[in-house]
Design a binder for this molecule. Sequence first.
Ligand code: SAH
Length: 251
Amino acid sequence: MGNKLTFTELICGTHLGLERQGPGSSEMTIKALSFLDALCDNPRIVDLGCGTGGQTMTLAQNSNGNITGIDQFSEFIEVLNNNANKLNLGNRVSGIVGDMLNLPFGKEEIDVIWCEGAIDSIGFEKGFVYWNEFIKKDGYVVVTCPSWLTDEHPTEIQKFWRDAGSGLDTIGNNVGIMQKAGFIPVAVFTLPERCWTDYFIPREEAGKVLLERHTGNEDVKAFIQNDKHEVELYLRCKQYYGYVFYIGKKI
Ligand code: SAH
């Protein structure tokens, strides 16, 4: 019943009004930022998979950086640019539509690449290897990525992340990948449970509103059902996996 909704419409329909489009918080963004030293006066920061820019604004408010947010969805970028202007950050923050794997920058032009909750969709290794050339020596790549926290890897969790077009690796393997890609691992820490629930709760509300707008729509129902499964799985199995911050400094 009802019209077909594209995946983009479903994602934007449930995420456009949220401060963040994945687990994270300004507190954790600031904590990660505290590990970066010796940046120049006006560092050039690129925030990849920025969504509506929750962490972009935190980065701007806690650095002197000039920040470019990049996301594939123009709807998210529009919200980011409006928020930057509202917060009087429009002179240092701008969002553009683009692809994390096709960056419009030159070699060694960027001080910091930031990427919260998005590297897993292209692959941890692919991201670090491709981004290396854009980073200045002693610059940083900082990401969050869902990762295994234990050596036990239940197939149910594996299947969920694979079906979501992602995948989980262990923290140890990811650190090894960073090193091979030319980065010194500076810090690694796990996001607290609060970051997940602060994302899940408003997302559930947004799902209800979307369903009210498209009563009985099967696409919306299935999408919301999958979100519910994600929450249930997380609450039941959170000891095995979580979002992890990885901070690497280019050699
Ligand atoms: N950083 C935000 C959003 C995370 S959700 C936050 O933590 O709140 C992941 C985001 O990555 C989505 O907005 C999605 O559109 C974007 N994304 C995924 N693959 C992308 C790609 N190849 N290029 C650009 N953006 C991408």
